[in-house]
Design a protein around this ligand. Structure first.
Ligand code: TYM
Length: 331
């Protein structure tokens, strides 16, 4: 077991999907065996978009239960709900005083989200990456398993840490991103030029971790591809985005290489390939739904897990927060 600390989080906005799983969650599970892992349901981040309280409450519990259902082991790993540890919001304020307006203005996610939610461009949406930096830096994380879309936020977290360390003395560990090679950016099944996203309104665009086997296979059968028929990966051909995405999904789920996948389906058509990918994903997700249902039937157990997770998280983050207060000169 390495001494290294891993931190990552997921927003409880809708059910996690295949992109979340292949971009991040699969690595969360794998890394638990080798590192000190701390994972969080980032509910405070989700408030940047208006939430319906009753639905939001249910989604926070759902996301927490899904993380256990995919294999996060709460005995080995700290798994908690972000708002159960007030240190995140506290450190976020302090770090916002070490973050430049210009830096936050350059965040592509802020630009995208403010376009999408033009009726509610709130200050939280703008300072969101500072809260994310606080999440990571509170636990002195060495590695952060994420998909490619979070890389810019991670780089900002490092910049903030360097600025604080230089202004005072070494306080924060500089975190490194841990991004998978072939599944860093899983695309929508219906518009393969767009990232698979929890907020996509088209139900065929993404596969949820709780979808039933036949639903998963149906979604893959409907996946948008191009008019040719050869199953070959070609990164430089934009019209091949659909088939490239399916190859990335297949290789990430099965552990096979691109050339193994091409060989396996050589001479076969897109129809056979789509079915093959759908079945591979359905196999990988086969146990999640049952395990999720078992967990959610026992509310008390889930609440006990959340309480225990929050206690473990607090114990760890208080050390960093105290250090920061002292270095800044707070009495
Ligand atoms: P979120 O909730 O959007 O996504 C959770 C994780 O899934 C990855 N991901 C993807 N990977 C590949 N293909 C996709 N289509 C895809 N969509 C999402 C994301 O990169 C992420 O790793 N801001 C974060 C949550 C967060 C966080 C943190 C992450 C809050 N604090 C601290 C790391 C460290 C977010 O919105 O992720």
């Amino acid at each position: 077991m390495s001494e290294k600390t891993i931190f990552s989080a997921i927003q409880p906005t809708n059910t996690p999907h295949l992109g979340n799983y292949l971009g991040a969650l699969k690595n969360w599970v794998l890394m638990q065996n080798d590192y000190n892992c701390i994972y969080s349901v980032a509910d405070l981040h989700a408030v940047t978009i208006r939430q319906v309280p009753a639905k939001f409450r249910a989604q926070i519990r759902e996301t927490y239960a899904i993380l256990i259902a995919i294999g996060i082991d709460i005995k080995k790993t700290t798994l908690f709900v972000q708002s159960h540890n007030p240190h995140h919001a506290e450190l976020s304020w302090l770090l916002s005083c070490y973050t430049q307006f210009g830096e936050l203005s350059r965040m592509t996610q802020f630009k995208d989200k403010s376009e999408k939610h033009s009726e509610n461009i709130n200050a939280g949406l703008f300072t969101y990456p500072v809260l994310q930096a606080a999440d990571i830096l509170l636990y002195q994380a060495d590695l952060v398993p994420i998909g490619a879309d979070q890389k810019q936020h991670l780089e900002l977290s490092r910049d903030i840490a360097v600025r604080f360390n230089n202004a005072h003395s070494p306080t924060f560990t500089l975190p490194e991103p841990h991004i998978p090679q072939n599944s860093a950016r899983i695309m929508s099944l219906s518009s393969p030029d767009k990232k698979m996203s929890k907020s996509d309104e088209n139900p065929n665009a993404s596969v949820s971790l709780l979808d039933e086997r036949d639903v998963i296979i149906k979604k893959f059968k409907r996946a948008v591809t191009d008019s040719s028929s050869e199953i070959v990966y070609n990164e430089n051909a934009p019209e091949k985005a659909g088939i490239n995405n399916l190859i990335s999904i297949y290789t990430a789920v099965t552990g096979k290489s691109i050339s193994e996948c091409e060989k396996e389906f050589s001479g076969k058509g897109y129809g056979d390939f789509k079915l093959g990918v759908g079945e591979a994903v359905a196999d990988a997700f086969a146990d999640i739904r049952g395990e999720y249902e078992r967990l959610t039937a026992d509310k008390e157990y889930l609440e006990a897990c959340m309480r225990e997770g929050a206690e473990k998280a607090l114990k760890c983050s208080v050390k960093t927060l105290r250090k920061v207060y002292k270095k800044i000169g707070l009495v």
